[in-house]
Structure formats: C-alpha cells, structure tokens
Design a protein around this ligand. Structure first.
Ligand code: SAM
Ligand code: SF4
Length: 470
C-alpha cells in the first residue's frame, strides 16, 4: 500500500522480473562455473548472474559454490570475525508483524522500556563481558522518537566501567524521515540497520497489516535511501527468511544493494539474513521455512554476489550451524546474546519467551564462543577503527584494497583481541588467544609496521594502555 508518506518513494523491486529469473533460469553447469569465476575475481554479480547461481541444484555444482564462497571469504576478509551484541531498549510497538512477539495485538507479551538506571546496568554488564560494539534495537512506538534514540546512543557512549567502553553503537529501528535520520546520525551512530523482511509485495502486505506504519512497503524500502541522503553512509540491509521463497529474497537483497550502489555510489555495509525462529504467540505457515541446506546455499550465494559487503550471522542460529556457515563468508557474529529487556544483568541464560522477541539458537556465553573461534583459527575482533578514523561509506575499505587487511584490519583485530584476553577472558581462553596472536605475528613480515604493532601489544600488556589502533 502506498500512502502519503511514501508517495515520492521509488519502487525498484519488480516482483514479476524476479519471479521470472527464479523460475526460468535453468541449471547450466558451464554458465554457473563462468559466474563463479567472475565472483572469484571479486567482482559484484548482477541480479541475473545471481539467479544463475540460484539455479544450481545438483550437489556437485552446489559444492563448487560452497568451496568458492569459502575461498572468497578467505581472500577478502581473512580470518577475522567481528563480535557484537544486540541490546533491546524497548519492546512497545504499534505495528502488528505476524512473525514478531512484540506485535501490538499480542496482549500477553511483557512490555518494557529500559530506564536510565537499567540502561547503565546493561551497558556495564556488556562491558564486563568485553563488548565494544553494540546494536541497539527498538520497537516502533511514539515514545521511541529519533530524539529518544539519539539520546540513548549518546548516553551509551558515556558509560564506562574499568577498561570497558562501548566504541561503536549501531541501531536497528523503524525507518525515519530525513530529519529523524539527521538526529540519530548526529549522535554518532555507526550502522543504521533495517530489514525489508520480505521483498515480495503481496507477502509483505499479508505480514504487515495495511493500517499499521510498517504496512507501507515503500516507506520501508526507501528507508536506507533516506538514511543515506541524511548523512548515514553505513547502512545494513536484510530480509527475514521464511516468509516467502528464499531465492526471491536473495534477488531482492541483491537488487536493493545494486540500487543503493547505483544511486548513491555506496553499497550496504552489511547484509543480514535472519531465519524465522519460534516466538511467543507466533504461529506461522511453514511453507517457506528455509532448511539448513538451503540456508547454507543462500549464505554462500550472497557471499559470491556481493563480495565487499559484510555479512552478519546472528545467535538465532544454533552453535552448529554458526560453525558451519561462518566459513562461507560471514564477517560479523553476536556473542553472549540476551534478548530479554534488561537480560544482561540476569544470571540465568534460560529464555523467558513472553519477554523476548524470539527464541535464539546459540545461548553460549561470550567467553565460550570466543574460545571456540580461536580454537578454529579465527581472530575475534572488536575493532572500531575505520568508523572512528572516518573510513566509512564510500571510503570504507575494510577489504581487498591491496595491503589494507595487513595494514589495518589484522593489526587492529590483534590489538582488540589482546585487550579482551587481558581484561575479560577466562584463563583457558586467554591461553588459546595468546597462542593465536603469536601465530598471527609470525605471518606478518618484518618492518616498521610490525614493529609498531609489537610495541602497541606490549603497551596493552605491560603499561595498561587501551584503545590503540591503526
Ligand atoms: N521494530 C524494528 C523494525 O521492525 O524494523 C526493529 C526490528 S526487530 C526488533 C529486528 C528484526 O527481528 C526484525 O526486523 C525481524 O526481521 C526480526 N524478527 C522479528 N521476529 C522474528 C522471529 N520470530 N524470528 C526471527 N527474527 C525475527
Ligand atoms: Fe514491531 Fe519490529 Fe516486531 Fe514488527 S518486527 S512488531 S515493527 S518490533
């Protein structure tokens, strides 16, 4: 439905065209191999080429896609995984999304907005766990104005405990108008993230009643464009997989990404691909639910299609799936996640679903997740350097620019890991982490850069210095 708000918004999603690509692109292994070869040169794929990869059904060619995604991830991102945590600020909501436990008509959901004291306690608990990067999550409600969101972001940056501080605050909140986006940008947000949920118009209408704010497909679709026009050049897009056919949604995400790139010269900073999870008071038709195998396919295909976009894999997924899918191109995961409002100060990790948006699959504590990453050869990174050095949007080059990973990303990942190991890790995790750092240092060639890195690591370890970055 188009209403007054969205009358000037551009609809760049052509359902018929995307359906046609999904239904009429037939598997042809030689063409699929040509497309894989193009993606291995780190070239973004067109929507049509992405459809070629989606047509792969034979297990042998799907395996070739998996292997290519693994390789591309290594080439573009190295072995770093950025760590963050979500923090729900308020779950009042005026929308009625069929899949969400926070929807307005569900009277049995326990509602809450964090008070200032509760906010401080949550941030301190997150800092005590070692977190440096957060995404603040909001329902859509007249109380959660851009001014309120901006004040919350500012407050979060001021809360310090011991060596703890939050260095990057991202937000996931309902789309605003230009003025609203300018307000939250001025508060220093990192990424503005919003999911289209489904790109399929009639499914969107089914899931989001027309009388609600979110019922306006175009106002939401245009959200990231308004964000960019208002100065937010770090944008996160996503689709909620399980509402409509997964292949269609992949093409929707790629189309959206191309639209931003073409219109503003900047693609999305991240793509998210959450799968629907069980939630309090939610009964959904399972027709479009995505199997684990298809989930792996969609992650691998997205990796190949948008080589320079970060990919976020959340604790919705189980530890086993996260372990497996991570290798296909994920660059960020959350750890030690609690969805309950004020849940980070609770001892128990058992979820109380009437207070939470959905059930998560990976309830392991932060330290355990980090230890496993280290054991598997990943460098957990808390780096926030690009954003704080002005390397964002168009000039954000976390990857692939020759020498960039060696010059900035790996050293910064090691510096932030060292801080974590000293300040927050268990003895077992610290030991595996220190061993990994030694191994990574051996890979870096000698020279002034390595010398500086060694000095900074030493300053963190022996002089108590923190927040050193390149
Ligand atoms: N109210 C904001 C909005 O709708 O944009 C914030 C969104 S919500 C707090 C974050 C995301 O969680 C939603 O965009 C949706 O994709 C996802 N979500 C909602 N219900 C879910 C469920 N049952 N399982 C998995 N993800 C869910
Ligand atoms: Fe509200 Fe967002 Fe949940 Fe929809 S998904 S009911 S807008 S919190």
């Amino acid at each position: 439905m188009r209403n007054k708000l969205s009358e000037h918004c551009v609809d760049f999603i052509d359902d018929a065209k995307l359906e046609d690509l999904v239904n009429n692109t037939k598997e042809d292994k030689s063409i699929i191999r040509e497309v894989i070869a193009k993606s291995m040169e780190k070239k973004a794929l067109s929507v049509k080429e992405t459809a070629v990869l989606l047509s792969a059904e034979s297990p042998d060619i799907v395996d070739e896609i998996f292997n290519a995604a693994r390789q591309l991830k290594k080439d573009v991102y190295g072995n770093r995984i950025v760590i963050f945590a979500p923090l729900y600020i308020g779950n009042y909501c005026i929308n009625d999304c069929a899949y969400c436990a926070f929807r307005k008509s569900l009277r049995t959901t326990v509602r809450k907005t964090l008070s200032q004291e509760e906010l401080i306690a949550q941030i301190e608990a997150l800092e005590d766990n070692g977190h440096k990067r957060l995404i603040l999550v909001f329902g859509e409600h007249p109380d959660y104005t851009p001014g309120f969101i901006a004040d919350t972001v500012r407050k979060v940056y001021t809360i310090r405990k011991g060596h703890g501080e939050i260095r990057r605050v991202n937000i996931n909140a309902a789309p605003m108008d230009h003025d609203g986006f300018r307000k939250v940008k001025a508060a220093g947000i990192g990424t503005y993230q919003i999911f289209q949920e489904t790109y399929h118009h009639s499914t969107y209408a089914k899931m989001h009643p027309a009388h609600t704010c979110k019922g306006d497909y175009l106002w939401r679709l245009d959200g990231l464009s308004r964000a960019f026009e208002s100065g937010c050049d770090d944008m996160g897009l996503g689709a909620l997989f399980g509402l409509y056919g997964w292949k269609f949604e992949v093409l929707g995400l790629v189309t959206h990404s191309h639209h931003l790139q073409k219109t503003y010269g900047v693609g999305p900073h991240t793509i998210s691909f959450p799968r629907i999870r069980p939630a309090h008071g939610v009964e959904l038709d399972k027709k479009y639910f995505v199997s684990d195998y298809d989930f792996k396919r969609l992650v691998a295909i997205l990796r190949l299609s948008v080589p320079y976009t970060g990919m976020i894999l959340t604790a919705r997924e189980t530890a086993g799936i996260r372990r497996e899918v991570m290798a296909f191109g994920v660059s960020q995961i959350d750890a030690g996640t609690k969805l309950e409002l004020a849940g980070y100060t609770k001892k128990s990790s058992v979820q109380e679903l009437s207070k939470e948006q959905f059930q998560i699959g990976d309830v392991r504590p932060m330290d355990e997740i980090l230890r496993e990453l280290l054991q598997n050869g990943y460098i957990p990174s808390f780096c926030t350097s690009c954003y704080r050095s002005g390397r964002t949007g168009q000039i954000f080059m976390e990857y692939a620019i020759p020498g960039f990973i060696e010059k900035f990303c790996t050293p910064n990942a090691l510096l932030t890991l060292e801080e974590y190991l000293i300040d927050y890790a268990s003895p077992e995790t610290r030991q595996v982490g220190e061993e990994l750092i030694v191994g990574e240092l051996q890979k870096i060639s000698c020279g002034p850069q390595k010398q500086k890195l060694l000095e900074r690591l030493n300053n963190i370890k022996n002089s108590g210095q923190r927040d050193l970055y390149f």
